[in-house]
Design a protein around this ligand. Structure first.
Ligand code: NAG
Ligand code: NAG
Length: 825
């Protein structure tokens, strides 16, 4: 400062000198000096002494009126009296000079001096307002300019306004535009697009700077409000909404509410919701949308089986202009409800099944269907009945109905199988279906006769061509397989083919006789009958028909002794007159070709000369009743009637002549003599007789043994040996009774095997040895049929399989004769 002042003084003095020369004094000071600051030594510059200042009353007067300066009287210095503001005095003019008048009295002298006021940087640039508002649409293009307010600085020269700066910001830059007169105007230039949604307001500080030293500045706040335009579309929170909805949901249910927002404001941000423009009717009929809230509401009925899910396009639109829209997708998955009954479908209809179909044969293919899904659609099939059918699961929901056991059409010709389908829903639904499976016949049953063995009793002397018997066989099969035809298998009866005896009606099994049978020739024969069905291959079975010829009383008793040769002429017997009562005169022997009762012969004296003789009813023995008297004729004639027990009775007669002789003693001798006489012939006969007798004895022994064994066997089981089953007379109940009768008169005369039947007509198989007399002759009458005796026994045995046999030894009727062995079943 001192240096400055010194410099100033120096310059002042130099100037003073110069102004003195030019008679004008000029000072130069800075504005805003403090009061009392010295401008210049006025006295000295005017050439006045210090005393003159006071004495001559030196003073300065301002031309402008206001006294900025005064004169220090002591030193004669011009000092600053008041604040000097250059800007107030001179405004914006570049130079500022204050003219002063210096007045000195005694003598009055006027001096003119000038004080130049120099500028200092005492003013900052200033804006008119501290704040500046700009409204810029966010759509404003980059590069758009917005003029700003200029600042002003009262200082001049280098102290005046020099430049502008902008605070750091995101959008704009500053540009200075020069207008006429060298003035400058700042302009805001948009450097980046504005986004209201990102930043609604930008605040930027504009600073104006002067060129002084130090630099002074002024600021103004620029507030940029970004105006919204509809540049945002509504945005959904999610692109895809997923929701599941029960199939049975009621109408009015809010399905989902997709949320959308729009960054814009006002109408630009006001959203309305709607379904997409290409939404199908299937969606529109089921769902509704609330335009203001976006709630999707169920308005129709859901059916999982029709639509498992819905894809809904939802559009959100704002109300700006242009209208912007956003989209989202709503996927509504329908969850299944078990509302569909499972269905049974026959993939192949059941075919009739052969009854011999093996286990596992496929009857039908069945599948199960359920429109529901998952467990609700999982179907299991069952059949109620067990074997012989089963369900075999194949793939997925398919089953094969197969046989699981053996079939038998004869037991069950058809099956009604009930199939139940059940799904796995909760609660499960079921349905049922019945299927009829018919079983077709296979020829697996042979015809079966009603009996394995038929016993047919046929009277002899029948009419040829009459029905003998009807056998019948049934077949359990069906149709042709059950159609039975009958035939007779060829066999031989008495060396003749059986077909010449009988024939059979192949359709109904009636057997016809082709002969009239003679019991005396043929007592029994058997026929093998075959029943055959028409199946392929055909099956057959056999039955045996035993035909027993029943004896008819068709033979009259034939007298054997007295010999038939002598029958016509009288046979003469001799007896001594001395014979006592009971003397055996002779014995009439007759045989009957019939059997049983028909062959039971009884003898009766029909006519007699005298009542001297009696004839034994059963044996035919002729004995004397009393001793012969003198009155008795020597020639007696007896007519003996021989009757059988048949129906009708057959009889024959024989006439016996008896000559009473005196002196005739022993008729036996006579007989012996008689027997010895035909020596050669009788010898051979005797041999035969002995052989026959022996064989008969053996036979009877064997018979006894068989009977004994049977008796013992039966006695073990029933204890009824030797006891009659019924207490009634065996003749009245001859049914199923079998007799073996041994008639003996001393030696065995004949063995008779009798089998009774219902008609009380005994069938007999007789081996009869009938002696002519008790002494010598007997005739062996062979069984009249060719049937072997043993065979007959076995036939009878077989025909009476379950009978209990009783064995009885019985004394027959007369005192001396007939041991009969009877067997009662
Ligand atoms: C079998 O058929 C014949 C002839 O048609 C008939 O005479 C007979 O009575 C029939 N037999 C039976 C058991 O029906
Ligand atoms: C029936 O008898 C015939 C002849 O004896 C025989 O060939 C056939 O095998 C028999 N049939 C049956 C089923 O016994």
């Amino acid at each position: 400062m001192k240096i400055l002042r010194w410099l100033a003084l120096w310059w002042h003095h130099f100037f003073l000198l110069w102004t003195t020369v030019n008679a004008q004094t000029r000072y130069s000071i800075q504005e805003e000096l403090k009061q009392g600051s010295v401008v210049g030594n006025l006295a000295k510059d005017l050439g006045l002494g210090l005393s003159d200042i006071y004495d001559r009353k030196l003073r300065v007067a301002s031309e402008a009126g206001k006294q900025y300066f005064s004169v220090d009287p002591g030193k004669g210095e011009l000092v600053v009296n008041d604040r000097i503001d250059r800007e107030a005095l001179c405004g914006q003019s570049a130079s500022c000079v204050l003219p002063l008048q210096v007045v000195i009295e005694d003598p009055l002298q006027l001096h003119r001096i000038e004080v130049e006021i120099r500028d200092i940087n005492d003013n900052s640039p200033r804006f008119l307002s501290n704040e500046l508002s700009l409204n810029i649409a966010e759509s404003a293009a980059v590069g758009t300019r917005f003029p700003l307010e200029s600042a002003s600085d009262p200082d001049v020269g280098s102290n005046s306004l020099k430049s502008y700066t902008l605070s750091k910001n995101e959008c704009c830059s500053l540009r200075i535009k020069e207008i006429e007169g060298g003035k400058t105007v700042p302009e805001l230039v948009l450097e980046k697009p504005l986004d209201r949604e990102r930043k609604t307001v930008h605040k930027i500080l504009l600073t104006a700077l002067d060129g002084g030293n130090p630099v002074r500045s002024g600021t103004t706040q620029i507030t940029i409000s970004v105006l919204d335009i509809n540049d945002n579309f509504p945005v959904f929170e999610k692109n895809l909404y997923k929701v599941s909805l029960g199939e049975k949901s009621i109408q009015g249910t809010v399905v989902i509410q997709p949320k959308a927002s729009d960054a814009d404001e006002g109408l630009n941000g006001e959203i309305t919701f709607s379904f997409g423009s290409r939404t199908p009717d299937s969606v529109l009929s089921v769902f509704d949308i609330n335009p203001s809230t976006g709630e999707i509401i169920l308005k129709g009925e859901l059916d999982y089986e029709t639509a498992k899910s819905y894809d809904i396009d939802v559009t959100a639109k704002d109300k700006g202009s242009p209208q912007m829209e956003g989209h989202c997708r709503v996927q509504v998955d329908i969850t299944d409800f078990n509302d569909n009954v499972p269905e049974i479908v026959f993939t192949s209809q059941p075919k009739p099944l052969r009854e011999d179909a093996p286990s596992g044969t496929v009857v039908a293919l069945i599948s199960a269907r359920d429109l529901d899904s998952a467990d609700n659609g999982k179907v299991t099939l069952q059949i109620t009945k067990g074997p012989p059918f089963a369900l075999k699961p194949s793939f997925s929901n398919s089953y094969a109905l197969v046989t699981s056991g053996t079939l038998d059409r004869e037991r069950f010709s058809e099956y009604n199988i009930e199939i139940t389908a059940t799904d796995s829903g909760s609660p499960p639904l079921t349905s049922k279906k019945s299927v009829l499976v018919t079983i077709t016949d296979v020829n697996d049953n042979a015809p079966v006769f009603t009996q394995k063995i038929y016993d047919v009793y046929l009277k002899e002397n029948g009419v040829p061509g009459s029905i003998l018997y009807s056998v019948s066989a049934s077949d359990l099969d069906f149709g042709e397989n059950a159609k039975v035809s009958y035939s007779i298998l060829d066999s031989k009866v008495q060396d003749v083919s059986v077909s010449s005896y009988v024939y059979i009606n192949s359709d109904n099994g009636s057997i016809y006789s082709m002969h009239s049978f003679d019991y005396e020739k043929l007592k029994v024969f058997q026929i093998q009958v075959q029943a055959k069905d028409q199946g392929s291959p055909s099956l057959s079975s056999n039955a045996t028909v035993h035909v027993f010829i029943l004896d008819q009383n068709d033979n009259a008793p034939a007298v054997i002794y007295p010999s038939s040769a002598a029958m016509g002429s009288l046979s003469h017997q001799r007896m001594p007159r001395s014979a006592k009562a009971g003397h055996l005169v002779t014995k009439v022997t007759a045989v009957d070709a019939d059997s049983g009762h028909n062959a039971w012969i009884s003898y009766r004296l029909a006519e007699a000369t005298d009542s001297l003789f009696t004839v034994n009813l059963y044996t035919g023995e002729v004995r004397t009743k009393r001793a012969v008297s003198e009155q008795d004729d020597s020639s007696q004639r007896l007519l003996i009637e021989i009757k059988d027990d048949g129906e009708p009775i057959q009889s024959s007669t024989v006439t016996v002549s008896i000559i009473l002789e005196d002196g005739l003693h022993e008729p036996i001798l006579d007989l012996r003599h008689k027997a010895a006489e035909p020596s050669k012939k009788t010898g051979r006969i005797t041999l035969y007789l002995i052989l026959s007798l022996a064989s008969v004895s053996v036979l009877s022994l064997v018979t006894f043994l068989i009977l004994a064994v049977k008796c013992i066997r039966n006695s073990r089981s029933s204890n009824t040996c030797c006891m009659r089953r019924t207490d009634s007379d065996d003749y009245k109940n001859p049914n199923r009774n079998l007799q073996i009768q041994l008639n003996t008169d001393g030696p065995i005369k004949y063995v008779e095997v009798l089998g009774g039947d219902m008609l009380s007509q005994s069938q007999s198989f007789r081996s009869c040895m009938s002696p002519m007399s008790e002494y010598s002759d007997f005739t062996l009458i062979k069984p009249s049929s060719t049937t072997d005796f043993k065979e007959v026994i076995s036939v009878l045995d077989a025909s009476l399989p379950d009978s209990t046999w009783t064995f009885e030894s019985q004394q027959v009727r007369t005192k001396s004769e007939g041991n009969s062995v009877k067997l009662y079943p």
